[in-house]
Design a binder for this molecule. Structure first.
Ligand SMILES: [Zn+2]
Length: 439
């Protein structure tokens, strides 16, 4: 599908945070078969055999990666408030998110995926690591998500978050859906299947044992699970006789270097050692944590585990997540975190390891996922201050490319009827909001 001749992107300003080169003011990029072939300082199209795009001095960043989100929650935007106002984190789940996920069927799940992915690509997000739940539409849900992501050219990680909360039969279906995807998409170039688990506190020892048993004989598996997002999760693990959630997962042999541990706000120093030993990846979601009032992840934990950055379904704009992360810590006078490093260094490292290809980087051999901005600020830009421009100056990208193909060109999607997707999302969202009243 991505077979193509070489293309040349001319007249670019390259901003490649933490990469090499990190900043080039007048440059060109040659792309071959969907991957970056070379980066050239200056522009010299003489004798070039292939399509040449004059980018007119636009600024290019690597395609961005969202390391944890829930596309199933896309239709929550503007929904009516819950009948019972939730008092704590577990009540937020029960009153809002577990009602929303139960209300989803095939049509509304598709509308959630498509409208969410549309927002992702328009914000320059070219890789999405998703954690899916739709307990009344389990079988085929991950295939639908893969098909939706392929339309947008977005690299997608899929898993179904298995949980006991809707009964053991449902748990088994959910686990089977992830296992099915694990086999089906094993060698797919743009799809990464993982094993989704909701959280330790909604899974019995028997269920965790089933997960562990069912992974025997499989290769390249990793679990994707919420951990210690709230103290309730840790208290539950202790009440079952474990020192912590991480110790419980380790007891069932579920930790390895493909494992995504999401949140981790209440993990201990011992847990951190365990995660380091297994090479597990920690994913931090500052805007969601602030929104749910669950606490702030310690800077030392973020730094020592080289945490990735996700949005937990809160938004699809990674630069906004970076900004909000900074402000949340400033408001609480916490030790600062270099959120650009999470987005442009840690996320590419995590995604490149899991997808087994170089993602989220502007370098020779990396997949050609690129985000272009028509950026003409009031001040100078140079190698020493370009990070500040990314943080405080950038708005929506004008163009987005993935696998060497323009998915957004001058603000429009050449291959997608965005209007139809938004119209359908309006219809499906009102169906979902109505169905939520029944649960
Ligand atoms: Zn989440």
């Amino acid at each position: 599908m991505d077979d193509m001749n070489q293309i040349l992107l001319n007249k670019l300003r390259i901003m490649n945070p933490f990469g090499k080169p990190e900043f080039l003011d007048d440059a060109a990029i040659i792309i071959e078969d969907g991957n970056i072939n070379s980066i050239i300082s200056g522009h010299s199209p003489d004798g070039f055999q292939g399509d040449i795009f004059d980018m007119g001095g636009k600024t290019v960043l690597p395609g961005m990666i969202n390391a944890h989100t829930h596309l199933y929650s896309s239709l929550a935007l503007g929904m009516p408030p819950p009948k019972n106002i939730p008092g704590d984190f577990v009540e937020i789940l029960k009153e809002i998110w577990w009602k929303l996920d139960l209300a989803l069927d095939h049509s509304s799940a598709q509308a959630s995926f498509e409208s969410g992915l549309l927002d992702c690509i328009l914000n320059g997000v070219t890789t999405v690591i998703d954690h899916h739940a739709s307990p009344n539409f389990v079988s085929g849900s991950l295939d639908l998500l893969v098909a939706s992501a392929e339309k947008f050219g977005i690299n997608i990680s899929v898993c179904f978050e298995a949980s006991d909360r809707n009964g053991l039969e449902n748990f088994q279906q959910e686990l089977d859906e992830s296992l099915h995807a694990l086999e089906k998409y094993r060698d797919h170039p743009h799809v990464l299947p993982l094993i989704g688990l909701h959280a330790s506190f909604t899974l019995s020892d028997e269920s965790l044992q089933k997960v562990s048993d069912s992974l025997q004989g499989h290769q390249d598996w990793g679990i994707h699970i919420h951990v210690a997002e709230d103290l309730a999760d840790e208290r539950d693990a202790k009440s079952r006789g474990y020192a912590s959630v991480i110790e419980r997962l380790d007891h069932f042999s579920l930790l390895n270097n493909r494992c995504l541990i999401v949140h981790g706000i209440f993990i201990t120093r011992q847990d951190r050692q365990t995660l380091l030993q297994h090479g597990c990846k920690l994913i931090h979601n500052p805007s969601s944590n602030a929104n749910n009032r669950v606490g702030i992840l310690e800077t030392e934990i973020i730094d020592s585990l080289h945490a990735g950055l996700g949005t937990d379904g809160k938004q699809n704009n990674m630069l906004a997540e970076v900004n909000q992360g900074l402000l949340i810590r400033s408001a609480k006078a916490c030790e600062p975190v270099n959120y650009l490093e999470l987005l442009f260094k840690n996320n590419p490292n995590i995604a490149s390891h899991l997808f087994a290809k170089s993602l989220g980087r502007i370098s020779a051999g990396a997949q050609a996922d690129l985000v272009f901005y028509d950026y003409h600020p009031r001040t100078e830009i140079h190698a020493d201050n370009f990070m500040s421009h990314i943080l405080y100056g950038f708005e929506k990208p004008s163009d987005v490319m993935s696998h060497g193909i323009f998915r957004v060109r001058n603000g429009r999607l050449p291959d997608i009827d965005a209007g139809a997707i938004l119209e359908n999302a309006k219809i499906q969202s009102s169906r979902v909001w109505e169905a939520m009243q029944k649960h």
